[in-house]
Ligand binder design. Structure first.
Ligand SMILES: [Zn+2]
Length: 336
């Protein structure tokens, strides 16, 4: 190890100590599994309090289910987190070489970190844009029985909707194949109030959605009446230009299963919201759950949302306690 590597390793060792300190100070009010407030302290796990739920009888620590749950090589993960928050995604090869981890760990860390970025959601306000993005259906990474030849042939394009205001960009998976107004309602309804101004380009579903949700100020770029609204057009172009570039460059060959994860990450990155903050790694108890259930979430996208009635063979990996969050509703995870 040369000098600068050593300094860096020491730096992240100190960061890990900080992370452990703030983990120990996390306030726990209710059971992370069943949300009951009927919990008691139940000994210690390393430097953390362990809790026991009197309702569901499960035990947990404050960081159960968060990004660092069951995470080994934590100092390296912190180093990875700091690089990605600054420079964006690393390739698997870069990850392996820079951090000395194997390919599977590199994939897992990427997905874990991208899942972490899925939670900074808020309503968009003021002038917002709406844009449809189409991606080819992809089963990349699926082998043998888990790869479905018919799906490849028959599944339509995957549709994502990107929307945002001056501060945030979001992109959500709507459906594989053609979608309608109901699908848009499902995905977009809680994203903004009806007093926003929407700028969009020709898409009949957008128009129906806007009318159906009583949004009064909406501007279609293709309308003749739009002529003269240069400021709005420039706004739309600026908002979508970076997005277009990112989608065509960074989403090349992303498996449909992971499309939402990637778009969460790049939306955060383009919104300049990927700053390195230790608290982000411990403030959401659902990260690990989503991470281990990704295959089931993908199945719901195919079957329930997109109504694709094809045989689906799971890629099975085994995780300790993966089924503990039984209360969790999968539907809410499509386009999360
Ligand atoms: Zn409980």
């Amino acid at each position: 190890m040369n000098n600068s590597n050593l300094i860096q390793a020491n730096y992240f060792l100190l960061e890990l100590q900080k992370l452990e300190k703030i983990s120990a100070e996390l306030k726990v009010d209710y059971c992370i599994y069943c949300k009951s407030y009927n919990i008691i302290k139940h000994g210690k796990y390393k430097h953390l309090h362990r809790y026991k739920c009197k309702n569901c009888k499960r035990t947990f620590i404050p960081t159960t289910g968060t990004t660092i749950h069951y995470l080994n090589k934590r100092t390296k993960f912190l180093e990875y987190y700091s690089i990605v928050s600054k420079f964006g995604k690393l390739t698997i090869k870069e990850l392996r070489e820079k951090l000395g981890i194997c390919s599977q760990t590199a994939f897992d860390w990427r997905h874990k970190l991208f899942t972490t970025y899925s939670h900074e959601f808020r309503l968009v306000e003021g002038m917002i844009y709406l844009k449809n993005i189409e991606k080819n259906f992809s089963q990349k990474g699926r082998k043998f029985k888990a790869y479905n030849r018919n799906l490849k042939k028959n599944a339509g394009k995957t549709n994502l909707i990107s929307y945002g205001d001056n501060n945030f960009i979001y992109s959500k998976t709507v459906k594989i194949g053609n979608y309608d107004k109901q699908d848009l309602d499902r995905v977009l309804k809680k994203s903004f109030n009806h007093n926003v101004q929407i700028i969009y380009s020709g898409n009949e579903n957008f128009r129906k959605f806007i009318e159906g949700n009583l949004i009064k100020k909406a501007f279609c770029l293709d309308d003749k009446s739009f002529f003269g609204n240069e400021v709005k057009k420039i706004y739309y172009d600026i908002k979508t230009l970076e997005l277009n570039k990112t989608i065509s460059l960074k989403f090349r060959g992303v498996a449909t299963k992971y499309l939402q994860l990637y778009s969460n990450f790049f939306s955060s990155f383009l919104s300049a919201k990927t700053n390195y903050e230790l608290t982000k790694l411990i403030n959401n108890n659902l990260v690990w759950f989503k991470f281990v259930q990704m295959e089931k979430i993908y199945e719901k996208l195919l079957r329930r949302v997109s109504k694709i009635d094809e045989q689906f063979v799971h890629i099975k990996r085994y995780w300790k306690n993966e089924d503990r969050f039984t209360e969790f509703r999968f539907e809410s995870l499509i386009g999360y």
